[in-house]
Every structure is written in structure tokens, then in C-alpha cells.
Design a protein around this ligand. Structure first.
Ligand SMILES: *[C@@H]1O[C@H](CO)[C@@H](O)[C@H](O)[C@H]1NC(C)=O
Ligand SMILES: *[C@@H]1O[C@H](CO)[C@@H](O)[C@H](O)[C@H]1NC(C)=O
Ligand SMILES: *[C@@H]1O[C@H](CO)[C@@H](O)[C@H](O)[C@H]1NC(C)=O
Ligand SMILES: *[C@@H]1O[C@H](CO)[C@@H](O)[C@H](O)[C@H]1NC(C)=O
Ligand SMILES: *[C@@H]1O[C@H](CO)[C@@H](O)[C@H](O)[C@H]1NC(C)=O
Ligand SMILES: *[C@@H]1O[C@H](CO)[C@@H](O)[C@H](O)[C@H]1NC(C)=O
Length: 432
């Protein structure tokens, strides 16, 4: 009941038009912050200790040729929880990569590479397609860069004006090292300035991972700018932390990264994190990313993009900030919102998509069979088909569905019936 009152108040404010001053993003309670920080400090001490043992052990091994197997075994158990990388740290060629050599030789055919300075930050973006009203902004995740959209840029640019952005802190955009540069409010404001600078009035956001989280927040903050929001494999920011499953994305990991410096150092030590993340690029046979030489070039490109300390600090700062924030639950996304999830997503269960749809007035859930967390890279054809279908001339069908749905006001109904409505409209759109 108080929730409903709050929501009504919020709606009244929106209608009254003085919602601009409120920030939609607020921070979690002091108690929760405290718990997260305490955990992160404990994990930090543990990592330092583990590294100390690692160095002492290798020193002892070198000096006396004795292998202290018992200690090693004991620590491998623990290290497999925090840090999968320690096992294959043998060939850490990462930092030896020469920055003046650029792999990714096929970068120029993706579009025009441009730079723009917004509020003292230089952004790099790739633009393709004729300048028209249908603008699509592609926001990548972590660890990724504009290049993660290599399979989409070309196809979407046939009918759309595609902009693939390197988010602040990634690849060729500036990488400020301080935490406060990556506050969601600030990032969204800069994105708005970026869009203003390109003289774009409204656009569609396609986001994945961090990019999608920022997309959710941006769409709620600046609803007039966004005409469609597509979130790939990523639930609503408030659900992101609570519905995560699997080993990589546990809250433990997220809490661990609150410690400064250490996570960056751990990740940038070698390329095992990148290789673990991009396992999906190495597939046999009829994969979309074709033959082996191409696969190794792709991997090399990512190794290169994430080869130094500062390549990681931006991405981790986003997560550090987002972890301590929540979004005002009473705000709904008003534009059509499409949630694309794979059935084999190792990070989130499908029901997180359904629960995220609760935060949209006009949701549509698309399921890709067998796809994991990176459907835009592994299931390229299905993905592009969905994107094209809903980017080109789809406004009509969503309006039709809205008018035929049994209730168009989310305020009047209880939670359960709203869920049923959502399912109903989702089902309907499936039929369409
Ligand atoms: C890294 O190590 C693995 C096994 O330890 C080996 O198969 C691979 O060739 C090595 N890679 C490089 C670049 O040395
Ligand atoms: C990197 O490459 C440049 C030119 O190719 C070379 O001059 C430089 O010595 C290389 N640096 C390292 C550390 O290999
Ligand atoms: C990929 O194919 C090679 C031979 O072409 C085979 O040895 C390897 O086991 C296959 N890997 C997977 C994951 O199927
Ligand atoms: C693999 O792909 C590269 C680049 O796309 C191409 O040059 C090469 O011929 C291909 N190799 C095979 C065996 O198909
Ligand atoms: C940014 O990404 C592109 C494509 O992957 C790559 O060619 C380029 O070297 C990267 N830049 C940096 C600074 O890592
Ligand atoms: C699902 O993902 C796991 C790895 O995360 C993989 O081993 C398995 O083959 C995938 N299943 C399908 C149906 O793609």
C-alpha cells in the first residue's frame, strides 16, 4: 500500500512536470554499504596474503627446489573462488604486448572512426549509415568496446544511422582513473551531452551488460530522448545484483571489486580473464565467427584492448558505482522496451527478464534458444533478425498491442494482475 502511494505521488510529479530535479538514482542504505565494504576489505587482505604466499613459494622453489605441495593445494581451493586466473597464470604474455602495434586490422571497414570532446572527456565512436531520424546508439559492456558490435554495425546501418560508442574508460575513449568519474548520473549526463552535440533528438539504445544498465538509467532519466530501449542479457539495475547466478557474476565477486587498485592489478596481470570471458569466440565449425585464424585475431584484439591497468579501472569503476546505487522503483520505462535473453545465459535466469519487464510500460521479451550472455556475438543471425524487425517500422505494432491490452494504466491494478498483463502482451506480441 505505501508503495502504491509512492508510485501515485511519483506519477503526479511526472505529470506536474517538476520531476526534473529529482535524481532517479539513489544510493543503498549505509548498512548495506558497510557490509559490502567489510567483505571487500576481508577479500582484499586475503588476496594480498595469497599473493605474498605465491611469491614466497616461488622464491623458495627457486632457491631450494622444494615444492610445498600441501600449501599450494590448500590455496588453490580458495583461489578458485576468488580468482580463476591463478591456475593458468603460467603464460602471462599480456603486458608484453606492444601498444604501438594494432591488431584488429579489420577495424576500418566497420565505419567512420570519430572523436568528440564532451566535458573534458574525449569519446571515440564509430559511425555508419546515412544520417536520418533512425539513430541507434550501441552501448557495450565490460570487458568489451565498440568492437563487440562488429556483427551488428554493418547490417543495422542499412536503414539506420548507427553509432557505436566506446564508453568512457574503454578502448580509445579517455580513461580517467578516479572513481567519481563513473557515477551513473554523471555518465548519463555526459551521454546526453554527447547526443546533443551530434544534434540528435531521439534515438534507440541497444545495450549489453554495463551498457544496458546505463541504458536503463538513461532511459528513465531522459525519457524524451529515447524512443526504444533494447537490453541484451541484462535485467533492470535493481535486479542485476540480486538475481545473478553462476560463478563469475556472484555478489562475492562484485563485493570484492569495491577494494581499490587490487582488482585492476589482478585482472591486468595476465589475459586469463579475457580468455575466460571470450570463451564463446572459440567455437568449432558452423559458428558465426568463422575460421580459426579469424578467431585468434579476435582474441588477440581483445587481449590488446585489455592489456593494461587503466583498461580495467574504468569498467570496474562503473561496477563499483552501480553496485552501490538503486533506481527509483516507481519509475517505469515508457518507450517500447525489448529484453533479449538467451536460454543458456550463465549469469541470469530467464525470470529476471520477466521481472525486469515489470519496470516497463511497454515490454517485449525475446528469447534466443541456446544463447548465452553474449547473443550478439554468438547468435548473430537470430540477433540481427530481431533487431531489424523491431527497429524498422515496429512502432505501429506496439501501439496496437497497447490499445488492445486489457489495462493500459499500471496504477489501477495489483502486482499479480500487472504481471498477467505483461505476460498477456508478451504472448500477444509473440503471435504477431
Ligand atoms: C599458454 O599456455 C597453454 C597451456 O599452458 C598453451 O597451450 C598455450 O600455447 C600458451 N599460449 C601462449 C601464447 O604461450
Ligand atoms: C614496440 O614497437 C616499436 C615499433 O614497432 C618498437 O620500436 C619498440 O621497441 C617496441 N617496444 C617493445 C617494448 O617491444
Ligand atoms: C574442435 O575441432 C577439433 C578438430 O577439428 C577437435 O580436436 C576439438 O576437440 C574440437 N573442439 C570442440 C570444443 O568441439
Ligand atoms: C580464414 O579467414 C581469413 C580471414 O577471414 C581468410 O583470409 C582465410 O583464408 C580463412 N581460412 C580458411 C581456412 O578458411
Ligand atoms: C580499440 O579497439 C580497436 C578494435 O578492437 C583496436 O583496433 C584498437 O587498437 C583499440 N584501441 C586501444 C587503445 O586499445
Ligand atoms: C550452455 O553453456 C554452457 C557453458 O556455459 C555450455 O557448456 C553448453 O554447451 C551450452 N548449452 C547450449 C545448449 O548451448
Amino acid at each position: 500500500m505505501p508503495n502504491l502511494a509512492k508510485r501515485t505521488l511519483r506519477m503526479a510529479k511526472i505529470i506536474g512536470g517538476n520531476s526534473k530535479k529529482d535524481s532517479i538514482v539513489y544510493s543503498i542504505s549505509m548498512r548495506e554499504c558497510f557490509v559490502i565494504y567489510v567483505q571487500s576489505i576481508i577479500i582484499g587482505i586475503y588476496i594480498l596474503f595469497k599473493n605474498a604466499v605465491f611469491y614466497i613459494r616461488s622464491y623458495v622453489d627457486k632457491k631450494f627446489g622444494v615444492s610445498k605441495k600441501r600449501i599450494i593445494r590448500k590455496f588453490n581451493v580458495l583461489s578458485s573462488i576468488t580468482d580463476k586466473s591463478s591456475k593458468n597464470r603460467i603464460n602471462g604474455t599480456k603486458n608484453n604486448l606492444n601498444r604501438s602495434i594494432t591488431p584488429g586490422t579489420h577495424r576500418s571497414d566497420l565505419g567512420e572512426h570519430k572523436f568528440i570532446r564532451i566535458k573534458q572527456t574525449r569519446f571515440h565512436y564509430v559511425e555508419k549509415g546515412e544520417k536520418n531520424d533512425r539513430v541507434v546508439l550501441l552501448l557495450h559492456g565490460f570487458p568489451d568496446c565498440f568492437y563487440g558490435w562488429r556483427n551488428q554495425i554493418d547490417i543495422l546501418s542499412d536503414q539506420n544511422h548507427v553509432i557505436a560508442l566506446d564508453l568512457k574508460g574503454f578502448n580509445n575513449s579517455d580513461k580517467p582513473l578516479t572513481y567519481c568519474h563513473y557515477k551513473p548520473d554523471r555518465i548519463c549526463y555526459e551521454l546526453k551531452c554527447f547526443i546533443d552535440a551530434l544534434q540528435i533528438k531521439s534515438f534507440c539504445i541497444i545495450g549489453h551488460d554495463i551498457g544496458a544498465l546505463l541504458g536503463w538509467i538513461f532511459t528513465l532519466k531522459y525519457p524524451d530522448y529515447v524512443n526504444k530501449f533494447i537490453s541484451i542479457s541484462t535485467p533492470h539495475p535493481n535486479l542485476f545484483w540480486n538475481t545473478a547466478k553462476g560463478s563469475k557474476m556472484t555478489n562475492f565477486w562484485f563485493n570484492m571489486i569495491q577494494i581499490p587498485f587490487l582488482p585492476e592489478m589482478e585482472l591486468s596481470k595476465d589475459n586469463s580473464f579475457i580468455h575466460e570471458t571470450y570463451k564463446h569466440l572459440i567455437v568449432n565449425g558452423s559458428s558465426n565467427e568463422i575460421n580459426e585464424s579469424k578467431q585468434s585475431i579476435l582474441m588477440e584484439t581483445y587481449d590488446y584492448v585489455f592489456s593494461q591497468y587503466e583498461d580495467y579501472s574504468g569498467g570496474l569503476h562503473y561496477l563499483r558505482n552501480l553496485r552501490l546505487c538503486r533506481v527509483d522503483e516507481s519509475c517505469l520505462i515508457r518507450c517500447p522496451c525489448i529484453l533479449i535473453f538467451g536460454t543458456n545465459n550463465s549469469n541470469f535466469k530467464l525470470d529476471s527478464a520477466i521481472r525486469s519487464a515489470e519496470y516497463c510500460e511497454n515490454p517485449l521479451i525475446k528469447i534466443i534458444d541456446g544463447a548465452g550472455y553474449w547473443p550478439h556475438q554468438t547468435h548473430v543471425d537470430e540477433m540481427n533478425k530481431i533487431l531489424l524487425k523491431y527497429l524498422v517500422g515496429e512502432k505501429k505494432s506496439t501501439e496496437e498491442i497497447e490499445s488492445s491490452s486489457p489495462s493500459s494504466s499500471p496504477l489501477r491494478k495489483g502486482l499479480m494482475s500487472r504481471v498477467m498483463d505483461k505476460m498477456y502482451s508478451v504472448g500477444q506480441q509473440y503471435v504477431v
